[in-house]
Design a protein around this ligand. Structure first.
Ligand code: ADP
Ligand code: MG
Length: 407
């Protein structure tokens, strides 16, 4: 422990208060994390710390920032969202000092105890904001053992954790607000595109139907071996391709009225995967789908199957030389979130804004309608679809659908 703290507590307190004030000014989550872990060292001499946060209500707590920890241990360390540690911190809203509370430690789940041991933790400080446990800090022993925290230190650390929790909450709210605005803007733009697309599609569809039947009639004049028959077959195939595009365009702009029913998400995903399983194997793609059977959504199974299929096809097309396709689901308040992630090349930022635009494609043979159709269908379900991607880091598509209340 640094000497100057006990000698000049007022000055020290002031320093922390200053920092605490500045915390709420940091709205970038990444910066917040590194700043907090750095200050834990600077202010309290803590060399090994980890910040655990969770993404959603049911999601486990994961390390979002750490300092001085063994990277081998840090990887994949989680605490269950409703585990005993989380519940104890939530109820008590005070730090858990492990050495002083053997009773509490004994009460924890064996796995939690094991994880704390691996983290070499001597204390956990809850991150509570708006009455909710957002996460916690774990403080690890340094090479010289556990630092001594006197009452003053603990109070300062508690103050610090409280402010950190608020700052995280702030940053998350801001992020949510930004993405809501973005969605609003996108919805507006796509609605306009949809209107135009629907108008054009209708105009094209009727003459196309006449053209098709006229050509088909001409086709009867030739027998199958004639070179003209081949030519006409080519024309027919192209006409059918246009028809397919027009159909897709219409299902983006005016998606079919869904026939809602309560469907288990896992089953929908299984059905969609079954259709591409063989192709995935030839391409060397490992598909893993882990979805709790009790998550059901209020949806039209055929339409959502199509959405899943479109997304999965994109993922597979992004991994021509193999990779991983990971599908999971998360129950949220009123919604279920389906996540489909691939280990492909990711999407450059200049493309990310245009993914849902009809006809936006980067593929030679692409139509650029796959995600537009997904968007139309998900909207019709009162849901949301988002694509998260960085160049070189794969792509995750998240789809939120209303959860069904029926058993
Ligand atoms: P298409 O597949 O016909 O190109 P989509 O609407 O399905 O049309 O996708 C639009 C574009 O979005 C694709 O051309 C591709 O550039 C990009 N994209 C979609 N999904 C992925 C993914 N999983 N990985 C990388 N790029 C993707
Ligand atoms: Mg596609």
């Amino acid at each position: 422990m640094k000497k100057h703290r006990s000698q000049r507590p007022d000055e020290y307190r002031q320093l922390i208060q200053e920092f605490t004030r500045s915390l709420t000014l940091i709205v970038d989550e990444e910066q917040l994390r590194s700043s907090i872990s750095a200050k834990l060292r600077d202010f309290f001499g803590l060399e090994r710390v980890a910040i655990f946060l969770r993404e959603g209500d049911g999601a486990p707590f994961r390390i979002v920032a750490e300092r001085g920890m063994d990277p081998e241990i840090v990887r994949n360390v989680t605490f269950p969202s409703n585990g005993r540690l989380a519940r104890w911190l939530k109820v008590n809203e005070e730090p858990l000092l492990l050495d002083e509370n053997p009773g509490v430690v004994a009460f924890l789940d064996a796995q939690e105890r094991d994880t704390l041991t691996r983290l070499d933790a001597f204390a956990c400080f809850p991150l509570v904001a708006l009455n909710q446990l957002k996460g916690f800090l774990t403080l690890g022993r340094s090479d010289t053992g556990a630092p001594q925290l006197d009452q003053g230190d603990r109070e300062l650390l508690s103050l610090f954790s409280g402010q950190a929790a608020l700052a995280f909450e702030n940053a998350a709210l801001l992020r949510e607000q930004r993405s809501r605005l973005k969605r609003l803007y996108r919805a507006e733009r796509l609605a306009t595109a949809g209107e135009m697309a629907a108008g054009a599609a209708h105009e094209i569809r009727n003459p196309l139907t006449s053209i098709r039947s006229a050509i088909q009639h001409l086709r009867t004049d030739y027998d199958d071996e004639s070179p003209r028959a081949e030519l006409i077959d080519d024309i027919l195939a192209e006409v059918d391709r246009i028809n397919g595009i027009v159909g897709a365009l219409l299902s983006f702009a005016r998606p079919a009225e869904p026939r809602f029913e309560s469907v288990p998400l896992a089953e929908l995903v299984r059905m969609a995967i079954a259709l591409v399983d063989a192709q995935a194997q030839t391409q060397g793609i490992a598909v893993s789908a882990e979805i709790a059977e009790d998550i059901s959504v209020e949806a039209d199974p055929n339409l959502i199957k199509q959405v899943v299929l479109n997304v999965v096809m994109n993922a597979m097309q992004a991994m021509p030389n193999g990779g991983e396709l990971t599908i999971s689901a998360l129950p949220l308040a009123g919604f279920a979130e389906l996540r489909m992630g691939d280990s492909g090349p990711g999407i450059p930022s200049e493309d990310r804004e245009r993914l849902f635009d009809p006809f936006f494609t980067t593929k030679k043979e692409g139509t650029g309608l796959g995600l537009s159709v997904c968007y139309g269908i998900v909207q019709r379900h009162g849901g949301e679809i988002e694509v998260e991607s960085e160049t070189g880091q794969g792509t995750v598509v998240r789809i939120r659908l209303p959860r069904s209340t029926a058993p």
